[in-house]
Design a protein around this ligand. Sequence first.
Ligand SMILES: Nc1ncnc2c1ncn2[C@@H]1O[C@H](COP(=O)(O)OP(=O)(O)OP(=O)(O)O)[C@@H](O)[C@H]1O
Length: 329
Amino acid sequence: MTVIAIDGLSKRFPKVTALDRLTVDITPGVTGLVGANGAGKSTLIKILLGLSPATEGSARVLGLDVATQGAAIRERVGYMPEHDCLPPDVSATELVVHLARMSGLPPAAARERTADTLRHVGLYEERYRPVGGYSTGMKQRVKLAQALVHDPQLVFLDEPTNGLDPVGRDEMLALIRRIHTDFGISVLVTSHLLGELERTCDQVVVIDGGKLLRSSATSDFTQATGSLAVEVTDSDTHPDGTAALHSALTAAGLMVQPSGEHGAPGSGRVLLVGLAGEETYDMVRDAVATLGLGLVRMEQRRHRIAEVFQTTAVPTAGPAQKWDSPDAA
Ligand SMILES: Nc1ncnc2c1ncn2[C@@H]1O[C@H](COP(=O)(O)OP(=O)(O)OP(=O)(O)O)[C@@H](O)[C@H]1O
């Protein structure tokens, strides 16, 4: 089943090609559209809403043609724009009720839906305060509420985590996930931070310079590798338990390397052990027991999405840090 079908879509401005023959299908669930600044994400959303014509190619949203059925698409789709666009002197309630009315809801239903939606995004207490006094995180939530208030089948969220601190970002990502799990609404969410999408999205579409780099299920990006990540405690006999285990496993003929070069917090204490089969687990367990160490964890390691791009070195992706996020390591 396809929620959005994009076929050979291009958008050319006089000086720049924002989208270049993009072809991709998006399935129900939460989909991340990721790309660096200027990759073409906002342009794609505007075309999918029927607000901006494509130069060539076609796209269908919920089976509707973006070129000829824009109004019908906007009835069924919610849109959270990227930039701050809220009038400062109205309250969240006034604004969201107004937009609900503009979407066609009768007055009582608009008020009821507004209260429900503001509660869902965590703004119920502050709903009568003027938006101008809100924090960035609260403003993002108002924008999210107005995208949801008319009970859409699909929402487009353009950079919803922009300007948020790490805690605010995590809360927003959890809210986005719940839009799908609690209400069954499909979500297309854009971000230039690859790392945050692997926790939130079922599918990830990566674009660069308006071209498709990759589209796949998040689980395909984060495939299991052929190594076991092992972490142990120290003991009185072995004040550096990690080093002792490293020596013991190497002596037992296993391939072992510290994972410190990946830069994850605490990764200096994690050993990556080449997985030769089920017996590797037994050998690690026995070595840990013989040394008298505590086993903190032993798990098959998964690639993080950002690593896939660093190691496959897609030529057009530019510098690796472009895809990094503060929490992508
Ligand atoms: N109306 C316009 N006229 C001319 N060029 C435009 C217009 N809109 C977008 N562009 C250009 O098209 C390219 C893609 O822009 P777009 O806003 O879609 O990128 P983006 O991936 O959403 O980036 P950002 O996260 O910075 O918004 C950029 O080079 C931008 O300058």
